[in-house]
Design a protein around this ligand. Structure first.
Ligand code: BJW
Ligand code: ZN
Length: 242
């Protein structure tokens, strides 16, 4: 792929870059996305699995779904897209990687300044006393485990629909979006709020906004550029063009 002069110029000169990633960046590692033909929401209903009421109604079913996804994530590796973002972070003084993903693949690749908006599937906590659960408890695959302190149900530390994002995380993301000169939105359908508002905050403050996605999204008409294709191919090429 050849890149425009603008994008190369903006990336070379930027002292502050903010990146927002979604499930698409992990797709080439073998982690399913949520929406679209191959997405998780084709097989599983979000209202039965990704909200607190569903968990209270059927904790074992929800726990089992997360145990299945955790196992899958343990079997895969970060891809060239994740690694390109590690390299980009090394080159830029102020770099923030905001992710909606819970798969921990950015940290496993070596990214440092990661803001996890929707939590992390590797962590769990008690819904009664909020204590973090140990690895032994997390390893349970069929039954939702119980807290060893108070007996409360243990849930995955992820953000379900209707829940607030972890305290301070959105503020960090929003601040990074507002101060950056280049904002990259990678592999997200841009439909879940408040994450989807971040590129618009960046645009308001005059940032150059670039989208990387296999297909057009609600952001496409507002972004300065959309690079259509796989992030695991486009991002390494972009890095080597700088
Ligand atoms: C590739 C590729 C490749 C593929 N290369 N690209 C009406 C209007 C506005 C907001 C709302 C509303 N009604 C309700 C809300 C709020 C709601 C929301 O936004 N809903 C909309 C869906 C309508 N938001 C919330 O509830 C949030 N909380 C909140 O707002 O709190 C305030 C509040 C409190 C109380 C009451 C009301 C408000 C919380 C949202 C939590 C989202 N949780 C999930 C599950 C996390 C846990 C888990 O993993 O199980 O987060 S849902 C799911 O969607 C997950 C993702 O992080 C999130 C975003 O998905 P993402 O990453 O964009 O993935 P996909 O699959 O959608 O897209 C993949 C993209 O990649 C596609 O575009 C592909 O083309 C592309 N792609 N391969 C490049 N190789
Ligand atoms: Zn407890």
């Amino acid at each position: 792929m050849t890149f425009s002069r603008e994008i190369i110029k903006h990336l070379r000169n930027a002292e502050s870059i903010c990146v927002l990633t979604g499930a698409g960046i992990s797709a080439e590692s073998g982690v399913p996305t949520f929406r679209g033909e191959e997405g998780l929401w084709k097989k599983f209903r979000p209202e039965e699995l990704a909200n607190f009421q569903a968990f209270i109604r059927n904790p074992d079913l929800v726990w089992e779904w997360y145990a299945y996804r955790r196992k899958l994530i343990h079997e895969v590796k970060p891809n060239l897209g994740h690694h390109a973002l590690v390299e980009l972070e090394r080159r830029v003084p102020d770099f923030t990687l905001v992710t909606q993903n819970v798969d921990n693949l950015h940290s496993r690749a070596g990214s440092k300044n990661v803001v996890e908006l929707h939590g992390n599937i590797e962590r769990s906590y008690c819904i009664e006393c909020r204590k973090s659960a140990s690895e032994v408890q997390i390893e349970s695959t069929h039954e939702a485990p119980r807290c060893d302190s108070c007996g409360g149900l243990i849930r995955p530390d992820v953000v379900w629909f209707g829940e607030m994002l972890p305290v301070g995380m959105f503020a960090r993301a929003e601040a990074a979006a507002r101060r950056c000169q280049v904002f990259l939105s990678i592999g997200t359908s841009s439909v879940v709020y408040p994450a989807a508002s971040l590129p618009f905050s960046a645009l308001e403050q005059g940032a150059y906004v670039v989208e990387v996605n296999r297909e057009e999204t609600d952001l496409t008409s507002r972004a300065h550029e959309t690079l259509l294709g796989n992030s695991g191919e486009i991002l390494p090429q972009l890095l080597s063009s700088l």
